[in-house]
Design a protein around this ligand. Structure first.
Ligand code: ZN
Length: 453
């Protein structure tokens, strides 16, 4: 018998209302099913109109941009062509941190906002505010991505990526939940061991899952486990994200699940979206925002840095935000008939898997999720600097330099988060320090993986 998880289903009902029923979703989805066949000139006109609206919006309602535009003498009417975006400086993650709450539009407050946080392998994870309309609009793009991968709204999906069933440090009674409204099965990525593979495979089958959305590393562990045990799980599609999908992983995943793999790239900041079409080309999605691909400095000269402006999250708009990711640009046009730019490769983090003492197989993205959650706990604490160091495969140390206002209560909160997030069998330690080993100036937080095998 299939277990229906009530909590997941209630949450799903809310998600369903926002993602599928809101006018913002339906209007934009209808629009972008048309615009995907636009000519280059039509797409540029679309982008310019959105950019002009965005700049007017930030001028009127975002204190950070109002100040920046006044300082630089930029007025909304100055944006007459797409290149005019270059009057804005490139924004770094440090700029975002300094901006604080001034980067949030005064038009969106309270219940209209959702908060997530940035990922990335360097720096303190920062809050990302999203308005509910942007969530609906995001889903219009996800929906079209699924169309390209030949997935229908009625197709059931399973998720094996950053979604949390339970914290890594907990031993939950269940490693999954099923949302009957969205028809989504969530499997815990943070409890993935070779032993749970048959259980996960069984869940995929009993829930009649058609598509798996996963980190390449996690899908690979599951795929390899299925192949080794001779378990057959036929899916229609696997979608992967967040790590480089190398050939070995792609082949293993495709073989185990007997279907093609569609890779994609997005960011918590909601500024850029790149995903594969039915012909297997990576396309930069032009209606999502303006993606500038800027040649990287040596030794990565054939790669480009992704600097992006998102059109749709008006609660926290980012203009020319440097995502610090690298892609390999292609001059090819795709045979699918869309004139969207093509990218050959996304140089993401590698999908190496580490094995913890308790046998968990965690990929780079899963580890990063864990570390980001630990570091995010320090976001509003009086801490001068901090980082998580993975000393060995079985030990995490949170080093931090407390400020004068740092209290026992703060230390207690950090210890709780550490305990919650550290996988079983791993040693977790908090170490207050006078300074971190290398010279630091001002407030910064990063994580360093040392002696990582
Ligand atoms: Zn294409």
């Amino acid at each position: 018998m299939r277990m229906i998880d009530l909590k997941a289903t209630l949450k799903g009902a809310k998600t369903w209302l926002i993602k599928r029923r809101m006018g913002a979703f339906r209007r934009l989805y209808r629009e972008i099913t048309q615009t995907q066949w636009y000519s280059k000139e039509q797409l540029e006109a679309f982008q310019l109109a959105r950019l002009q609206r965005l700049v007017r919006h930030v001028w009127e309602t975002v204190p950070y941009y109002r100040r920046l535009m006044e300082e630089r003498g930029i007025r909304p009417d100055d944006i007459r062509q797409l290149d005019d975006i270059q009057r804005f400086p490139i924004m770094s993650k440090e700029d975002l941190k300094t901006a604080g709450n001034d980067i949030v539009s005064t038009r969106y407050r309270g219940a209209l906002l959702n908060t997530a946080h940035t990922g990335g392998t360097t720096g303190l994870p920062l809050p990302v505010r999203r308005d509910i309309w942007s969530i609906a609009r995001e889903h219009a793009f996800v929906r079209r991505q699924f169309d390209w991968a030949d997935l229908k709204t009625s197709d059931r999906c399973a998720y094996l990526e950053g979604r949390t069933v339970a914290s890594p440090g907990q031993r939950p009674t269940s490693l999954h939940y099923y949302d009957a409204v969205m028809r989504e099965l969530t499997l815990s990525t943070f409890h993935l061991t070779p032993e749970v593979v048959p259980h996960y495979a069984d869940l995929l089958q009993t829930h009649k899952i058609r598509a798996l959305i996963a980190y390449p590393s996690a899908a690979f562990v599951l795929a390899k486990g299925c192949l080794e045990r001779g378990i057959r799980v036929g899916l229609h599609r696997v979608l992967t994200t967040s790590e480089t999908l190398d050939e070995v992983k792609r082949k293993t995943i495709a073989e185990a699940f007997e279907c093609p793999v569609f890779d994609f790239y997005g960011s918590a900041e909601r500024v850029c979206y790149i995903h594969m079409c039915e012909r297997g080309s990576y396309h930069v999605i032009p209606e999502y925002g303006i993606t500038e691909l800027i040649p990287a400095a040596s030794p990565n000269e054939d790669c480009c840095q992704v600097v992006a402006t998102g059109f749709w999250n008006l609660a926290m708009p980012l203009i020319r935000y440097n995502l610090r990711d690298l892609v390999k640009v292609s001059q090819r046009t795709c045979r699918c008939g869309r004139v969207f730019p093509v990218v050959d490769k996304i140089m993401g983090r590698d999908g190496n898997v580490i094995v913890t003492p308790s046998g968990l197989q965690l990929g780079a993205s899963a580890i990063e999720c864990i570390l980001a959650r630990i570091l995010y706990a320090m976001y509003d604490m009086p801490v001068v600097a901090g980082r998580v160091v993975q000393d060995a495969s079985d030990a995490l140390t949170l080093e931090y330099v407390p400020d004068a206002e740092f209290t026992e209560e703060h230390a207690g909160r950090l210890a709780r988060v550490m305990a919650e997030q550290t996988p079983p069998g791993m040693h977790a330690e908090l170490r207050a320090k006078k300074e971190l080993d290398r010279t630091v100036r001002g407030k910064f937080v990063s994580f360093v993986m040392a002696n990582h095998h």
